[in-house]
Design a protein around this ligand. Structure first.
Ligand SMILES: Nc1nc2c(ncn2[C@@H]2O[C@H](COP(=O)(O)OP(=O)(O)O)[C@@H](O)[C@H]2O)c(=O)[nH]1
Ligand SMILES: [Mg+2]
Length: 213
């Protein structure tokens, strides 16, 4: 019985995600969905990415959070259109929430829409939003066992950002093992080793993102 309910929820979500995708494609808008644990550095990576790309692309952002507008407030400082979704308790965004937020943005005027999902390594990946690419952000301090413990997000993503490499000297993790495990789950997936604090590696990520348009 429980499984059936879950299937119904997911199939309803797929229909709404397809409708979102049609809206994006109508106006030739590329959309990415950034996922990862709370504190992995999603918003910081996004802020730095905006600074690198805002002169090249017209960017817009949807911030997903359980409560508060803290992340949207940070993005607003960078002078690009942003709207906040509060899920009011849900651990992930779904296609209906995104559909409701879209009228807040002028989609025709944007080249790239970035959605920051609710911080969570598990649930967000199960709900398509209509995005073209899913991107996983994992910080090295979360531990090198995480890719194999949470494989779905790495399997479904089109790229992985390994953030906080500036903290590698202070934690016992093997970056090599992290990368090997991610590649064993999703062979060939681009992996960007970055520090959103120092800026290391972010130009390669931003350049890759531009090529995805
Ligand atoms: N040392 C270090 N700290 C970082 C880095 N990226 C983000 N942080 C810090 O990690 C914390 C969580 O970052 P945030 O972007 O809010 O993560 P989010 O919850 O995934 O959006 C903040 O205190 C950031 O300043 C990084 O590359 N290196
Ligand atoms: Mg955030």
């Amino acid at each position: 019985m429980e499984i059936k309910v879950k299937l119904d929820v997911l199939s309803g979500n797929e229909e709404l995600a397809a409708a979102n995708r049609a809206k994006f494609d109508d106006v030739k808008l590329k959309v990415i969905n950034i996922m990862g644990s709370p504190g992995a550095g999603k918003t910081t990576v996004l802020e730095k990415t905006i600074d690198l790309l805002k002169d090249r692309l017209k960017l817009g952002v949807i911030e997903g959070d359980i409560y508060t507008t803290k992340d949207a407030d940070r993005i607003e400082q960078h002078g690009i259109p942003v709207t906040q979704i509060n899920t009011g308790g849900a651990c992930h965004l779904d296609a209906a929430m995104v559909a409701k937020a879209l009228p807040e943005l002028n989609l025709e005027e944007l080249d790239l829409l970035i959605i920051e999902n609710v911080g969570n390594l598990v649930c967000p990946v199960e709900f398509n939003l209509g995005e073209h690419l899913k991107i996983a952000v994992l910080s090295v301090i979360e531990g090198d066992d995480k890719p194999l413990k949470y494989p779905l997000i790495f399997r479904q993503s089109s790229a992985v950002i390994l953030n906080k490499v500036d903290l590698l000297p202070f934690c016992e993790v093997s970056l090599e093992n992290m990368k090997l495990d991610i590649l064993s789950i999703n062979p060939g997936i681009p992996i960007f080793e970055v520090s959103a604090r120092t800026g290391e590696g972010l130009k390669d990520w931003a350049d890759w993102l531009v090529t995805q348009r």
